[in-house]
Ligand binder design. Structure first.
Ligand SMILES: Nc1ncnc2c1ncn2[C@@H]1O[C@H](COP(=O)(O)OP(=O)(O)O)[C@@H](O)[C@H]1O
Ligand SMILES: [Mg+2]
Length: 416
């Protein structure tokens, strides 16, 4: 019997309902899947295969040992965010040295992609647009190690050359954590007096539409999932899930994305990406400016799978089994995602599933904090108006979804 280990660091819900389908399909073929999860809970409904809770403080060496002791034929990482991606990439090196194949991007490439400054350099070399930026080193700013008295002034000069407003982003963090707005030179002065504890990239604030795309595959075989639209970029970062997030027709932007996709695939090829990357971008004035490339599944995975009738988790399993084929992937329907700040009211839940094609409604937990429930549904092109009507009726009866979300869905699907 073949055995595939899935390494995970967070609750499974964000992979719902795709991971469950994958595990059941594998079981149907007599392939055993086991989840090695270091955080959160996982029950039978979350991962209908084997499950093994692992100490969150596990080292890569210990994790590799657990996987080999179980007798895995292959290991797949579905961990996030980036600190856990690095853990799994280090585990990968040990597993591969031990003869266990993995669906995990090599450590050298992962180390570059989890660092926003290194990623910017890679993107520039790949011919992609990025926000202009400078690197702010926390040791030099704090005067640790070598004293460099001119360092702050060097950053001021660099910032002035780019022009305000600027943003400071930690090189390593995720979900907009630690981002600071620097609207003007006075804000930079205050920042330099109270610098962040971690190194950062200070970059120009780009305006436009936030979007995200997943690229899934291995050298020689990548599939580019449809672009997901995730909000509006402004001078202040907003919570990743605050706005309506959707995947739907946008012909001009889709055409403009083709050469960007080709360059991103070439970059994945060059880095030897194996698994999934999730690319965050801003689309403005007809151009895509790339913010970051997360070397892992990401916040748009569910949306893009729902909109394209693909399952990224099955694709990862296929890579593990040596039978992956990227296929011809395109958007086949709309997929829309929104956050309900509280639980979906019990009365509305069943009715929602009756009225729309519900993909998932699950609690969103980030760093142990609940942000409410994430709802994802799909509709076929052409069903826009009847979907709006169905949601209006649901709202009239139950107050769900809340007015603000309903208005946004109406504007998106049935503009006046
Ligand atoms: N250069 C930029 N211009 C405008 N907004 C930005 C810029 N960089 C980041 N943001 C905002 O901050 C969010 C998070 O930035 P991102 O680079 O994706 O880092 P992370 O997701 O790792 O926190 C983006 O979704 C966007 O809202
Ligand atoms: Mg991001």
């Amino acid at each position: 019997m073949q055995k595939i280990a899935f390494l995970r660091s967070v609750d499974i819900q964000r992979a719902d309902p795709y991971i469950q389908r994958t595990v059941r399909e594998l079981a149907g073929e007599g392939i055993e899947a086991r989840l090695f999860h270091t955080h959160g809970q996982a029950g039978e409904e979350d991962f209908p295969g084997g499950r093994q809770g692992v100490d969150p403080a596990v080292t890569p060496c210990e994790l590799a040992t657990l996987v080999t002791q179980w007798g895995a034929d292959a290991a797949v990482s579905i961990s996030l965010p980036c600190e856990n991606t690095l853990r799994d990439a280090a585990t990968r090196e040990l597993l591969e040295a031990d003869g266990v194949p993995t669906v995990i991007t090599p450590l050298a490439a992962t180390s570059l992609l989890i660092d926003k400054w290194e990623t910017k350099q890679l993107l520039l070399r790949a011919g992609l647009d990025v926000p202009r930026g400078i690197r702010a080193d926390s040791d030099l700013l704090a005067g640790r190690g070598l004293p460099v008295p001119a360092y702050a002034d060097a950053l001021r000069a660099g910032a002035a050359r780019i022009g305000y407003p600027l943003l400071s982003k930690p090189l390593w963090d995720s979900t907009s954590m630690g981002i600071r707005a620097l609207p003007d030179a006075a804000a930079l002065d205050a920042y330099l007096l109270d610098p962040p504890p971690v190194s950062a990239v200070i970059e120009e604030c780009v305006s436009g539409d936030l979007c995200s795309v997943d690229i899934v595959g291995e050298p020689g075989a990548y599939r580019v999932l449809p672009v997901c639209w995730t909000g509006t970029a402004g001078p202040e970062p907003v919570f990743t899930f605050a706005d309506l997030r959707w995947c739907g027709p946008r012909p001009e932007a889709d055409r403009g994305f083709e050469p960007v996709a080709a360059r991103l695939v070439a970059l994945c090829e060059e880095l030897g990406v194996r698994g999934s990357v999730n690319v965050d971008m801003i689309y403005g004035s007809g151009r895509y400016s790339v913010l970051e490339v997360n070397p892992r599944v990401g916040g748009a995975t569910t949306l893009s799978c729902a909109a394209s009738d693909t399952n990224t988790y099955s694709a990862l399993a296929d890579m593990a089994l040596g039978r992956y084929s990227p296929g011809d992937v395109r958007r086949t329907r709309w997929a829309i995602e929104f956050l309900s700040p509280g639980r979906v009211p019990d009365g509305a839940r069943a009715e929602l599933a009756e009225r729309v094609d519900l993909v998932t409604a699950h609690e969103l937990v980030i760093d142990g904090v609940s942000h409410g429930e994430i709802v994802v549904f799909t509709l076929t092109d052409g069903e826009e108006r009847q979907t709006v009507k169905a949601l209006e009726d649901l709202h009239a009866g139950t107050g769900f979804p809340r007015q603000e979300i309903l208005d946004k869905i109406r504007t998106l699907l049935a503009p006046p």
